[in-house]
Structures are given as structure tokens and as C-alpha cells.
Design a protein around this ligand. Structure first.
Ligand code: ADP
Length: 760
């Protein structure tokens, strides 16, 4: 660009300089002609003066020679007189000729000529007359008188001639002065013009040269800069081993650097030329023939979308056949040069060989798949184990709880055995639940549910579940949630409850006297009132934790010291699980504590605020329904179908049903259940999921179909699943179950659900 500008400027300046020089030459020539012309006029005047002055001399001379002739009679004078006479006439004629340009002077010259003619004629006449005298003297008066008269005439002519000549000379002298003056002015002007034009031309040439020089220097600097960039670029490109391409879309020309070919195993120099030439260069092969058939459509698609301005950057990944037959992965990236209408005119970019990266990706993918498979196997194993362990565990915990409720019937030794049984089986149940939970979190299997959570309901639930333990330990359990009782926020109800129950459980466990307080608050609410943070402090007045152990208690299977597990039991998994869950929710779980005074565990999570519902605050439940279960009225007219294959569960669940005053039938598998459903009417069905012959999910589907065919109201079906993942629970609901219970079944939950569905 700069080079082009410099050339243009150089040509323009050269033309301008030549034009100036031509103008200067013409101008100076014109001035010179003018000066010469002035000079001619000066010479003219000088000549006129010279001729006029010489005329006067000849005029005098003519008379003197005639007189000499008269006095001496010498013929020599007569001859000179004749010659001068001719000269005089010629001189005056010359004067006439020389003054034709000036009318006034010409008039005077004509006058002089006329006087000279008269004068000459008269002198001739006088000479002729004098020649006729015999004695060559004036012998009589008459003759003398006429001679005297002649003298007078000559005198008059002489005077006239000198006067007119004088006038002519004066005028000519004046003209001469004027012309000399004019000539010198013209000459001076000529010199001035010449010098100023010369200076102007010199200045202009210097300026032009300076501009050209500056532009050339800039051009050189720019060239150097471009060269530097090019050097740097080519070294960098060489060092990265990337290939470079430059496709001129309009001209259908392409540049491919040697690396582009080298990547595919071909030893070729840079190619620069037409696309047709490239085909010849590739020995008749179309460049597209080298691309993997599976990638060709995507290759063309991406190229076209860039050319059609649908994407601002050209980005394409495709495979190209190597000369050795295998495929090389190429990552092509580039940008465009555009015309004024915004159309791509050139596409310039690079080819990077990403085969190694792709192979690594593939390996990682395989490894991940393998890991996922093995994780799945692990999870399947865990699920299976969970089912196997939970099923008998449900019976053990169930029986122990039943025995505990009947403990007043036993003596003290048995009572203490029952108590140990209750604590140990509950611990085992919690441990298994925690281990499964933790494995799920570790393997990333936990996905959070999103549902509307009523603060009032959530905290009432926690109160209702945890109050028993608090009452047993004779400590106050307070929830200060009433300021935000009406809040409904989006979150995973089960998981938030799980965290809080764990924290409250710990607080009660590690507090001997005093209180456990739940203190929730909503803060950091955004301007729209849509987002905020929910912070729940779980405060206790228990044993506290030393600051150096803050980090430790969040490590899995870690407790402050061994005496804790001995004194309080527990697995050391509750807090790590809770913290990980808080993490997944985008929040945190922290602790601050003073040994001997108590601890505050703080759950802090971001929440989406749904609305503030009018929730009528129930009275806090400090006594669990379960404790009042024995006082239930008889509901024997209501009948439940229990579908369960495991004998232990049948006994425990049957016991709970009996305690609730409900009658029940038992089916050992799905098929039996269908048969019994067809022959009797049930207020609810408790349906195990995993069973021989026909599983609970299929049985539920069939029951729903029968109900539909017969136009019956749907019977509440409560699933009982040992897997207890969200997917399993979702499956239960999908096939038409009304609710589900996770095994090992908590008798309280079973009670609550039955009450809800059977309506007692
Ligand atoms: P677990 O309670 O089952 O042992 P956690 O992970 O819930 O496991 O707790 C880990 C440890 O943290 C506990 O063993 C105890 O030493 C300490 N800890 C937890 N909560 C409290 C608390 N409220 N007061 C004192 N110590 C606590």
C-alpha cells in the first residue's frame, strides 16, 4: 500500500516538475523575447538619433562644399557637394523609413525629407546658376541681390531643417530614455522572475524529494517491520509444526505450506497457485478425496457456514489420510479477509495435527467408560448388598423397636438387652445408610431434586423426628423458624432434611444438658426477591469441639477421638456426607465451637425463593405420634394387603399394622397379590419392589390396568424399595404407586403414610 503510494507520488511529482520546468522555460523565453523587443526599440531610437544627427552633418556639409566650390571653383568641392546631396536625400528617406512606427516622428521625418529636398534642389539650382557665370563672380547688383536672396532662403531652410530635426531628436531622445527605462525594467523583471522561479522550482524539487524520501524510508521501515513479522511468524509456525493455508476464494487460488503436506506424510514444498494446479500437483487427486468419508459432510458444512458468514471464525476438525494409510486428525482454524460488502474474499489459517490429542481423548474416554462400567458394577453390587442387608436389618430393627415398646413386660436384664439391641441395630442401619449415601456421593451419582419446600413443614418434620431423642435426654429442643415460617423455597427436601437431621442428631448426641436450637434465617435477597441465601444455625450447649479439630470432623470416618465412638457411638460419616451435600447445593457447612460450652454448625445454601405461603403454624410436636401409637383406636374394618416375600418383614410390618388396629392379608409375590386384589377389597397395598415370580412394579401396573378396566377408584399403593435411589423412587411413581418407603422401613414413616392413605 505504502509502496504504491510512493510510486504514485513519485510519478505525480515527476510530471509536476517537468510541467513546471516547461512552464518556466516558456515563461523565461517569453520574458527574454520581451526584453529583446525592448532592446530593439532602444536600438531603433538610437539609430534614429544617429541617422538624424548624421543628417544634420550632411546638411551642413552640403552647404559648406557648395560654398567651397563657389569660393575656390574647385571641382573637388562640386563632386563632394553632389555626393552629399544624394546622401542627404537618402538619409532623410532612411529617417522616414525608420519612423514608420511612430506617426508623429514619421511626420517630422517626412517634413525633414521635404525640407532637405527643397534645400538640395535650391542648392543645385544655385550651383547651376553660378556655373553659368563667366567670371565665376557676381558682377552686377542684380546678380548679387539674387544671390543674397538665395542665401536668405537657404538660411530659412537651414533653420527649418534644424528646428524640425531638433524636435525629432528631442522626441526620439525622450523615447530613447523611456525605452531604455522600460528595457531595464523588463530585464530586471526577467531576472527577478528567473531567480524566483528557479528558487521555487528548487524548493519544490527539494520538498518533493523530501516527501518521497520520507515515504520511502517509511516504506522501508514498514517493509522491515513486515519482514520481521513474517520472519517471526514463519519461525513460530515452523516451531509449532503447524501448517498454514491461505485460500483466495475469488481468484480460486490457494497457498499450502510444506507442513500441511508433511502432516500427511508427503514431502512437498509450499504450494501456491490455482485450485486446478493443486489437483495437478496432487497427481490428479481432488484435495477432498484425502478427507475421511465420515467427516466430509461436516467439513463442507463448516466451511460453507463460514463462507456464508454464519460463523465469525473458521473451525473444523477432520481426518486426512496419511501416506502410510492411517488417518491423521487435523484441527483447522482460520479467519477471513472481507470485501466492502462483507463477503469473505480470503480464508487464512492453520492446520494443527491433533492426532495425539484425539488418541489421548479416546483413551481417556475408554478409561472413563471402563471406570463408569466398574463404578456401575460397584453400584450394582452395593444396591444388591443394600437390599440383602437391609431386608433382614429391617426385621431386626423392627423387632427391636417393637420389643422396646413392650419392654415394661420384661425384667430389668432383658430390658437392658433390648435396649442394647435397639441401639446396635439402629447404629447398624445408620451405618449402612451412611455408607451407601457416601458411595453415591463419591461416585457422583447423587442428583439433587428440585421441589418447593415450605420452611414450616420442613422444620416441623425435623422437630417431629428428633424430639423423641431430645425428650429422652431431657434437653430442650427449640426451633426458631417462625419469622420465615411462610417462606417456600426451591431445593431438595430430602437432602436438606437429611443434613439438618444429622446436625440436630449430633447436637442432641453431644449435649448432656441445656438445649439444642435450630435458628434459620433468609438473607442476601436480590432486588427481584428471587434469589437469597438460607442459613440455618444448629446450636447446642454440649461438649464442644476444639478448634484444631474443626477440619478433622469433616473427614470421613473421623471422630474427635476414639473415646467419642465409645461414648456416643456413630460412624464419622454424617458430617462429611452433610458437607458434600451442602457443596453440591452450592453452599457450605461450617462449625464454630467452644469446648465445654457448645457448638454451632451452620448450613448456608443459595435458594430460589418461590413465594411466601400462608402456612398456619401447627403447635410444635414434642411427642411423637409413634409414642401414642398404642392408644390407637381399632381400625379393623380397614384392610391392607401386604405384598412381601421376606418373612421377617412380614412379621414386623404385620405387628405395626396390628398395633394400628388394621387387618391385613399377605401376598408373597406379585402374582399372588393380583389374585388377592381381584378377590377382595383393600384400603391400601404395601408393595415390596423386588420379589420372585412378579416384581412389585409389574404388579402395580397390572393392578392399575385392572382398576381402569373395571372403573374402580385407584387403591393407594405404597412401594417398599431397598434401593432407595431417586431413580428407583421415580420408577415407583411412574408405574402408578401413590408413595414409597425406603428400606429399612422406619415404623414412624410407615405409620404416617398409612394414616395418610387409609385415612385413619
Ligand atoms: P458421627 O457423629 O457419626 O461420629 P459425624 O461425622 O456426624 O459422625 O461427626 C464427626 C465427629 O464430629 C463426631 O464424632 C464428634 O466428635 C464431632 N461432632 C459432631 N457434631 C458435634 C457436636 N454438635 N458437638 C460436639 N462434637 C461434635
Amino acid at each position: 500500500m505504502i509502496k504504491k503510494n510512493t510510486t504514485n507520488l513519485f510519478v505525480a511529482s515527476a510530471i509536476f516538475v517537468v510541467a513546471c520546468l516547461v512552464y518556466l522555460y516558456v515563461f523565461m523565453q517569453y520574458n527574454r523575447v520581451q526584453v529583446l523587443h525592448e532592446r530593439e526599440w532602444v536600438l531603433q531610437s538610437r539609430n534614429v538619433i544617429l541617422v538624424a544627427e548624421s543628417t544634420l552633418g550632411i546638411f551642413e556639409g552640403t552647404l559648406a562644399e557648395q560654398r567651397g566650390f563657389f569660393i575656390t571653383g574647385d571641382d573637388k568641392f562640386a563632386q563632394e557637394f553632389n555626393a552629399d546631396k544624394e546622401d542627404l536625400i537618402q538619409a532623410t528617406q532612411k529617417l522616414v523609413d525608420m519612423t514608420t512606427d511612430n506617426e508623429v516622428q514619421n511626420g517630422k521625418a517626412l517634413k525633414l525629407k521635404e525640407i532637405a529636398q527643397n534645400y538640395v534642389d535650391y542648392l543645385q539650382f544655385r550651383k547651376d546658376k553660378f556655373s553659368t557665370l563667366s567670371d565665376k563672380s557676381f558682377s552686377n547688383i542684380e546678380q548679387l541681390k539674387s544671390f543674397k536672396d538665395g542665401v536668405q532662403k537657404i538660411e530659412d531652410l537651414h533653420d527649418d531643417f534644424f528646428r524640425v530635426s531638433g524636435d525629432l531628436l528631442d522626441e526620439e531622445n525622450r523615447l530613447l530614455r523611456e525605452r531604455v527605462q522600460s528595457e531595464s525594467e523588463r530585464r530586471e523583471q526577467y531576472n527577478n522572475n528567473f531567480i524566483s522561479s528557479l528558487i521555487g522550482a528548487c524548493v519544490f524539487i527539494i520538498l518533493t524529494n523530501w516527501v518521497i524520501f520520507t515515504m520511502q524510508r517509511r516504506h522501508l521501515t514498514e517493509n522491515e517491520r513486515l519482514q520481521k513479522i513474517e520472519d517471526r511468524y514463519s519461525v513460530a509456525v515452523k516451531a509449532t509444526n503447524d501448517g498454514v493455508f491461505d485460500w483466495n476464494v475469488n481468484k480460486k487460488e490457494i497457498f499450502l505450506s510444506a507442513q500441511v503436506f508433511a502432516m500427511c506424510g508427503y514431502e512437498k514444498e509450499n504450494y501456491e497457485g490455482s485450485l486446478l494446479g493443486l489437483t495437478i500437483f496432487l497427481k490428479g487427486k481432488n484435495p477432498l478425496d484425502y478427507i475421511h468419508p465420515d467427516d466430509i459432510e461436516q467439513f463442507k458444512g463448516r466451511l460453507n457456514s463460514f463462507l456464508n458468514n454464519e460463523t465469525s471464525e473458521y473451525n473444523n476438525i477432520f481426518r486426512v489420510k496419511h501416506s502410510n494409510g492411517y488417518w491423521v486428525w487435523i484441527h483447522a482454524r482460520g479467519g477471513g479477509l472481507y470485501d466492502e460488502q462483507g463477503n469473505v474474499i480470503r480464508l487464512i489459517g492453520s492446520h494443527v495435527d491433533i492426532t495425539a490429542q484425539k488418541q489421548l481423548e479416546q483413551r481417556l474416554r475408554n478409561e472413563r467408560e471402563e471406570a463408569e462400567n466398574s463404578n456401575k458394577l460397584k453400584m450394582d453390587f452395593l444396591a444388591h448388598m443394600s437390599h440383602e442387608i437391609r431386608t433382614p436389618l429391617t426385621t431386626i430393627t423392627g423387632v427391636s423397636e417393637i420389643l422396646q415398646r413392650q419392654s415394661q413386660k420384661f425384667d430389668e436384664r432383658v430390658q437392658s438387652l433390648v435396649k442394647t439391641l435397639v441401639v446396635s441395630s439402629a447404629n447398624l442401619r445408620d451405618l449402612i445408610t451412611d455408607i451407601l449415601d457416601f458411595s453415591r456421593i463419591e461416585s457422583g451419582e447423587i442428583t439433587l431434586n428440585s421441589e418447593g419446600i415450605q420452611v414450616e413443614k420442613l422444620f416441623q418434620e425435623i422437630l417431629s423426628i428428633m424430639s423423641v431423642q431430645a425428650i429422652e435426654k431431657n434437653i430442650d429442643f427449640i426451633s426458631e423458624h417462625s419469622p420465615i415460617a411462610n417462606l417456600v423455597f426451591e431445593g431438595d427436601h430430602v437432602r436438606i432434611r437429611q443434613i439438618l437431621i444429622n446436625l440436630v442428631g449430633n447436637a442432641i448426641k453431644f449435649t448432656q444438658k441445656g438445649s439444642v436450637t435450630l435458628r434459620p434465617q433468609l438473607y442476601d435477597i436480590d432486588q427481584e426477591g428471587e434469589m437469597g441465601r438460607l442459613r440455618v444455625d444448629v446450636c447446642d450447649t454440649g461438649i464442644g469441639i476444639a478448634e484444631e479439630n474443626y477440619g478433622l470432623i469433616f473427614d470421613r470416618f473421623r471422630q474427635v477421638d476414639d473415646t467419642v465412638s465409645k461414648g456416643y457411638g456413630g460412624t464419622g460419616l454424617g458430617l462429611p456426607i452433610s458437607q458434600k451435600l451442602a457443596d453440591i447445593m452450592g453452599g457450605s457447612l461450617t462449625v464454630s465451637s467452644v469446648v465445654g460450652e457448645g457448638s454451632v454448625f451452620t448450613l448456608d445454601i443459595p435458594v430460589r425463593i418461590l413465594n411466601i405461603d400462608e402456612v398456619v403454624s401447627d403447635q410444635m410436636k414434642v411427642q411423637s405420634d409413634l409414642l401414642n401409637m398404642n392408644s390407637n383406636v381399632q381400625n379393623s374394618e380397614k384392610k391392607v394387603l401386604m405384598v412381601e416375600d421376606y418373612e421377617g418383614n412380614v412379621i414386623v410390618i404385620g405387628y405395626v399394622l396390628e398395633e394400628m388396629g388394621l387387618s391385613y392379608d399377605v401376598a408373597r409375590n406379585g402374582l399372588d397379590a393380583l389374585e388377592m386384589f381381584n378377590s377382595a377389597k383393600y384400603n391400601a397395598i404395601l408393595m415390596d419392589v423386588q420379589m420372585p415370580k412378579m416384581d412389585g412394579l409389574t404388579a402395580t401396573q397390572k393392578i392399575r390396568e385392572i382398576e381402569k378396566d373395571k372403573g374402580l377408584d385407584p387403591t393407594p399403593i405404597i412401594g417398599m424399595t431397598a434401593h432407595a435411589t431417586y431413580q428407583d423412587m421415580d420408577k415407583c411413581l411412574e408405574v402408578g404407586m401413590s408413595s414409597y418407603l425406603a428400606k429399612p422401613i422406619r415404623q414412624q414413616e410407615l405409620c404416617d403414610l398409612l394414616k395418610k392413605h387409609v385415612g385413619i
